[in-house]
Every structure is written in C-alpha cells, then in structure tokens.
Design a protein around this ligand. Structure first.
Ligand SMILES: O=C(O)C(=O)[C@@H](O)CO
Ligand SMILES: [Mg+2]
Length: 260
C-alpha cells in the first residue's frame, strides 16, 4: 500500500504552522514532512507528532540564508564548515524526532569557479554527510530541482543525481524523486523511476503546470500510483503541492490511500 506524507510547508497554509499537524492527522495522514524545523524546539515538534499519531518522515538540512535566496550549501566553496554544522544540527533534530531521512540541498551554481571544481566540493560534502547520517541510521537525500522554478540550482536533473550517487557511492545517500520536477525537466517519469529505482529513497508529488494537487494538472497520477504499486515501492510519497483551494478540499484523489 502506498503511504502519503503531508508536506506542511505546502499544505494547510490556511493555518498557522503548528496547527497543521492536527489538520493533517484529521485528514488521515500518518506521516508529515516540511522544509525546516529549526525555529521550534524539537521537544515541541515531537509532542505534536505524538499527540496526533504522526511520524516525522523528512525535513531539510539548513539551506543557508533562505530569505536572501540561498538554496543549499552542499556545493558551495568556502562554506564547508557551515555545511558540516548544518548536518550536525539536522541530525540532532532527526534523532529527537525519530526522522529517518533528511534532504540536503545542493545550492546554486557558483560561476566564479569551474563546474568540475564545484562538483568536487559537492561530492566531498555529500560523502561527509552520508557518513554522519549512517552513524545515526538516517538517509541523506538529494533532489534535482527544475530550472524554471529554481534557476541556477546546481543539481539540475535526474541523470546528474544518479551520476553523483555513482561517484559518492554510499548506501546512506539516495535520491528524492520529486515527480513535479522530473516532469518539468526530463519527462518520462515512469522510465526515469525504473532507471533509478535502486537509488530512490523518497518520492514527492505535485501536478504541473501549476504545482497543484494530483487530480489537477497534466500528470496522470492514477496511472503513476498503479505503476508504483506494481513496482512495490515501499517508501513514503510526500504531498508537496500548492493546494488550488483549502487543503482538505484537494484530497479527493487520496481518499482511498488516507483511509487504509
Ligand atoms: O521544492 C522542493 O521540491 C523541495 O523538495 C524542497 O525541499 C526544496 O525547495
Ligand atoms: Mg520536492
């Protein structure tokens, strides 16, 4: 059976952040994910998870100065210590929240150094992160993000993500396969999934062109869900979409999966 996780940075935005846990549980979600936990104490977040019978599925390591437009630290020259500190902090939260995976964002292309020099930094930082994650039984995830939404993002497509994993070659490093980004960058979602199945740790979903809920856009999600069932995908599927109306009203497509 497919397991859906509510991404609380995208869903239930009609509510204050801490109220979104209860709303997600009420709609039948068993797992939650979101961008960053760091403005709250882990004990407060853990209480909300426990009170609502939810599992923490994923959150991101700090991505640098997000408000100033930074999109991760993992490939940035001169930021190595900050990157390591971000991994240590993420792992403290992951341990406290019993969260099995963290997403590590690559950062933006730095045109002041060569692509290969930036790639080398990325590889080294990911090798460090994967090793630290392994010590805590946490999986480190990397996600290719489409260049239309995030111009200049260093990890630009699924084949680059696969090649990074081949080079870093660590069992605790896997791909966050966000179908919205795959569709906008490469297309061929099912074939891309099959080509990379052994490397995929987490899936996220939304429907182009507007990044709305599965039932509202160009991807045929009923077909995709049957495909994932036939492939026996057993990880979580994060609902990381922008609801086209209030969140609960956008969950018709998920009824069967949320009541199992
Ligand atoms: O935007 C996405 O897609 C994500 O998964 C975020 O973690 C990063 O922006
Ligand atoms: Mg995503």
């Amino acid at each position: 059976m497919l397991k859906l996780s509510a991404n609380l940075s995208f869903l239930y935005q009609e509510l204050p952040f801490l109220d979104r846990f209860k709303a997600a549980a009420k709609d039948g979600f068993k797992g939650v994910e979101y961008l960053f936990p760091y403005e709250w104490e882990s004990s407060e977040l853990l209480s909300l998870l426990n009170e609502n019978g939810l599992q923490q599925v994923l959150f991101n390591a700090s991505a640098g100065d997000w408000a100033a437009g930074e999109k991760g630290l993992a490939s940035l020259s001169g930021r190595e210590q900050e990157f390591r500190d971000s991994i240590f902090l993420a792992l403290e939260y992951a341990t406290a929240l019993q969260c099995p995976q963290i997403h590590i964002m690559a950062g933006l292309r730095d045109e002041t150094i060569s692509h290969s020099a930036q790639l080398e930094i990325y590889h080294q930082n990911l090798a460090f992160a994967a090793e630290e994650c392994a010590k805590r039984q946490v999986v480190a995830l990397i996600e290719p993000i489409n260049a239309k939404d995030m111009p200049g993002f260093f990890l630009e497509n699924i084949s680059m993500a696969a090649s990074v994993l081949n080079i870093v070659d660590h069992p605790s490093l896997r791909i966050q396969f966000d179908m919205y980004h795959i569709q906008r960058t490469d297309g061929d979602i099912c074939l891309q999934f099959l080509a990379n199945a052994d490397k995929i740790g987490h899936i996220q979903i939304a429907n182009p062109p507007h990044r709305y809920e599965p039932g509202n856009g160009e991807i045929n999600y009923p077909y995709i869900f049957n495909f994932l069932k036939s492939e026996r995908y057993s990880g979580w599927i994060g609902c990381e979409y922008k609801p086209s109306t209030t969140t609960s009203k956008t969950l018709g497509w998920a009824k069967e999966l949320l009541t199992q």
